[in-house]
Every structure is written in C-alpha cells, then in structure tokens.
Design a protein around this ligand. Structure first.
Ligand code: PLP
Length: 411
C-alpha cells in the first residue's frame, strides 16, 4: 500500500495521535476486513477486543437497526424500556449488584475512581481528601488526565501535568507489595487480571486470589478492569473467574458495544454503587436505548453462540500453534484464551516492520509495548482460520529470518 488520497487527507486533517499502518480499510465481515484495493485481511487486532463478535455481526447489527428506528438517544433524564433489562442482564451474568452505564472504557474507569473515593469517605470513614487508590506498574486504564496520572508510561504522561494526587503504584503480579502498601486511607486496588496493553502479561496463578483476600481482610475494594479481558476474551466470561474471584467493582467496555458502538459499564456491589446520588455523576450518551439494545444483544450472542468455551478452545489452539513456530526472532509466546502476544527480538526486527510484513501477508495486527505483537482475533474465529493465520505468520517469520541472515552474511 502506497500513499493515497485517504491517507493523505487523514494525515493532513486528523491529529497525529496515532501512526496507523498504511492500510485503508473500507469494509469488514466476521474475522475479515478489506482495504480500498479490495485486498482481504484477517483482523487479529479486533480493535483491542472491541470486535470480539466479528465485524458486522448479523444479530448485533439487526439489534442496532431495529432500535435505531425506534429510539436512539434520550439521555438519562427519562426511563427507557431498554436500559433496565440491559443493566439487569449484565449484573446477573457477572454476579454484580448494580451497574452504571457509560460509553468509553476510560469513562467506566473514571466512574470507578469516583466510586472508590466516595465509598472511602462515606462508608469506610477515610478523612476528606485523603483517599488512596493503589494501581500497578504497567497498567493501562485509559487516557484521561486522572487515569494517566497513575500510568507508568512516560509517553502517556509527558506534557500533561499537573496530575491529581491520590494514587500509589506497586509492582504488578506481586500481592505482597499490595499488602505492604495498604494504609487506613486505601480505598481500592485497581487491577487488570491480565495486563493487555502492558504486553499481554499473565500473572502467576493465585495472584488475583491473594489480592482479593488481602483486600477483603483490609476493607479495601478490589476493582477489576476487564475492559479488555472481559466478555469471553480469555476463555471465561471474566478473566477474574479463572481464579474464582468476585471483585467489588468491575469495568466492562470494548466488546460490550458489539463492535458497533462505544458501550461501557462500571458494575459494583450495592453498597459501593449506592454512594452515587442523583446529580453526582453522569453521561449524556451513557445508557442510551440504542447502546442498551446493542450491548444486550452482544451479551446474548456471547452466551447463546457458545463463544466463551469456543474462545477457550480456539485460544488454546492458537497459543499452541504460535508456540510451535520455530524462529530465532521469537522471545516468548504467551496469553490466555484468545488474548495472545508474541514477543519478538526487536534487536533483529522492529515490531512495526513485522506488522507491515504481516499486513502484506494478509494479517492485521499491531504491536503493544514496542516488542509484543498481539494476536487477539474475534472470538468467532474457526480452527481453519487459525491454521491459515499460522501459515501467514510462519511465512512472515521465514521472510525476516531470510533477510536478517542475509544481512549478517553481507556484514
Ligand atoms: C482499552 C482499555 C481501556 C480504555 O478504554 P477506552 O474505550 O479506549 O477509553 C481501559 N482499560 C483497559 C484494560 C483497556 O484495555
């Protein structure tokens, strides 16, 4: 793909806060997307898990169309026939008591931060403005000022200060650090059961369970950000269920919008959610009947199409097949369910060059954390489609090995 009109126009008018691969996508169906030259790609990014049900999932599309014709957006100034059943269903599925609908993931996280603080002051009895929230190194919870305030990524923070205080960062996958950091002012521990943007980091078994126990015995809320890991992505409804952990607060997003809309939600125990009184917090679009209908159908598709066990099975297969690729460029392969990452040796090949070559071979993906190539296809992917993907990925490694070997010989 060379420079074309679409790229030039986007480059000229759209802020350069991303550096997209030079591929111009025009339509999608299932696990595939097509570019303006009608070249087909398999989408192994799934928009960071937002497209878990595949592009233009027919059932979710139908729900969107039907609801859009009836009633789209009314704000939360009124009740609708859609919101209650959507939130009730999400609560029942996840074992939470109440939900607060928002749009983007970052908004669900902001909601969680507000809930944690208010709970600390009104229920736990923390002195005004002293509440602390513990987070992890390598976290990714979104891009607002308060969320990046506790990011460990310099680039996410550079030039955006001053930042709100009240956050303490500890090493990930270390429950002892949590125990040592909790003070009487600690409101909540906010954690991703698997760090997605952090590089598909799967903590050792028992980590989340230990954290849950530490939180429980210290009257600290355990908040799990499952915006990326939730809704079947890791082969369970929630990644926290791999350890039988029921968090006190839960953030969902991405796939909750069925690949069509931004739909997110903060869910919590009743006593936590009840800190919010009318007027305390809100969103114009959050919980719109359109979003509720789409989110509801996304959850129905997830369960009724058996996508959770399917993701577990396909994920195991994908991981096994990725692990079988024999290349000196591979440092490690890891993941859970269909959230997998392949760490490459960037001394030999840049992640971006590798993604460009993958695209040439019909696979779309993107690096995370500079060295990890993410392979997180829609959950509907089939074994045959995985086989095809593995062929292309293997071929891409072969091409690079050939060129790096040649370079060595020349030098
Ligand atoms: C993507 C993501 C977010 C932020 O979601 P946005 O919709 O981009 O605001 C928050 N937490 C995690 C774990 C994510 O992966």
């Amino acid at each position: 793909m060379i420079m074309n009109h679409f790229i030039e126009q986007e480059q000229q008018y759209c802020a350069h806060n991303y550096s997209p691969l030079p591929v111009v996508l025009t339509h999608g169906k299932g696990v595939y997307v097509w570019d303006d030259q009608d070249k087909r790609y398999m989408d192994m990014m799934s928009a960071y898990s937002a497209v878990s049900f595949g592009h233009s999932n027919p059932r979710i599309l139908k729900a969107l169309q039907t609801q859009a014709e009836k009633l789209g957006v009314v704000s939360r100034a009124f009740y609708t026939d859609q919101l209650g059943r959507f939130v009730a269903h999400t609560c029942k599925l996840t074992g939470m008591d109440m939900g607060l609908p928002m749009n983007t993931g970052a908004e669900a996280v902001e909601t969680a931060l507000k809930a944690a603080r208010k709970w600390a002051y009104t229920i736990k009895g923390v002195e005004e403005n002293k509440a602390e929230i513990i987070v992890c190194d390598g976290n990714f919870h979104g891009r607002t000022i308060s969320i990046i305030a506790f990011s460990s990524e310099d680039q996410y923070r550079d030039g955006y200060g001053p930042f709100p205080p009240g956050f303490v960062r500890i090493p990930y996958a270390n429950s002892q650090a949590l125990l040592q950091t909790i003070t009487p002012n600690t409101a909540a521990f906010l954690v991703e059961p698997i760090q997605g943007e952090g590089g598909i980091l799967v903590p050792p078994k028992g980590y989340l369970e230990n954290c849950a126990e530490i939180c429980r015995s210290n009257n600290v809320l355990l908040f799990c950000d499952e915006i990326q890991t939730g809704l079947g992505r890791t082969g369970m409804l929630l990644a926290s269920q791999h350890e039988n952990v029921q968090p006190d607060g839960l953030m969902l997003g991405k796939a909750l919008g069925g690949g069509l809309l931004p739909v997110s939600m903060f869910l919590a125990r009743k006593d936590v959610m009840e800190v919010f009184k009318p007027g305390d917090h809100g969103s114009t679009f959050g919980g719109s009947p359109l979003a509720a209908a789409v989110g509801m159908e996304a959850l129905n598709v997830l369960v009724e199409d058996g996508l959770i066990p399917h993701a577990a099975e396909m994920g195991e297969y994908l991981l096994q097949e990725l692990q079988r690729i024999d290349s000196p460029l591979i440092i490690s392969v890891r993941g859970k369910g269909l959230l997998t990452g392949l760490e490459i040796d960037t001394a030999q090949v840049s992640a971006r060059d590798f993604c460009l070559a993958l695209a040439e071979n019909g696979i779309l993906s993107k690096e995370t954390h500079e060295t990890v190539i993410r392979f997180a296809p829609p959950l509907i992917i089939t074994r045959q489609q995985i086989d095809w993907a593995i062929e292309q990925i293997t071929k891409t490694f072969d091409q690079f090995e050939y060129s790096t070997r040649r370079k060595v010989v020349k030098a």
